[in-house]
Design a binder for this molecule. Sequence first.
Ligand SMILES: Nc1ncnc2c1ncn2[C@@H]1O[C@H](COP(=O)(O)OP(=O)(O)OP(=O)(O)O)[C@@H](O)[C@H]1O
Ligand SMILES: [Mg+2]
Length: 178
Amino acid sequence: MKVLEENRRIAHNLRPTDLDNLGLAAACTSFCNDVQLRTNLQFQCRITSANQRLPSMVELHLFRIVQEAINNIEKHARAKSVKLQLRFQGHSVVLKIQDDGQGFDARTLRAVKKIRHGLGLTNMRERALSLGGTYEIKSSPGQGTAIAVRVPLTATKREPNPKRPKLLTEEVALPTEN
Ligand SMILES: Nc1ncnc2c1ncn2[C@@H]1O[C@H](COP(=O)(O)OP(=O)(O)OP(=O)(O)O)[C@@H](O)[C@H]1O
Ligand SMILES: [Mg+2]
């Protein structure tokens, strides 16, 4: 890969201006377009409520998960196509990234990991959990890989839990002036 191209890619990864300016949906579409242009991967992005903005930490962690999952697909999967889904389901946002590549065996991976640690899968999981969400990965040799992340958006409002103190950052509807 040309050095300039690589530099541009690293810069893009470090400073997701698209994310701040355009929001998660457009940033994901733009990232997939970039990857499709420089690889043979075909992307199918299905994004609902594309204009909706989410709390900035949710957008950042989900975007990083998308980047890492797609980096992994480029590096390891030998896939032809990638499906990316971002949708709102009840009070959650659900992200799925699925490839049709060679997949891997989690047991073999655990054995290998004792020798050489990869950080990507662990980081994706940590990011999902840090948002109070769930992370699931399904993969098997020859069957591709699918990652699913679900993050609750308004859990505190939806299911008030008397044992749990109200978060200071919780949004409160203010009466309109005038
Ligand atoms: N989409 C995928 N298709 C096939 N294999 C995968 C895929 N994603 C991950 N893997 C396998 O899981 C391993 C661990 O992935 P992980 O992202 O944790 O580490 P890495 O990519 O090897 O290194 P790092 O992310 O730290 O640069 C990979 O080395 C690869 O064998
Ligand atoms: Mg990786």
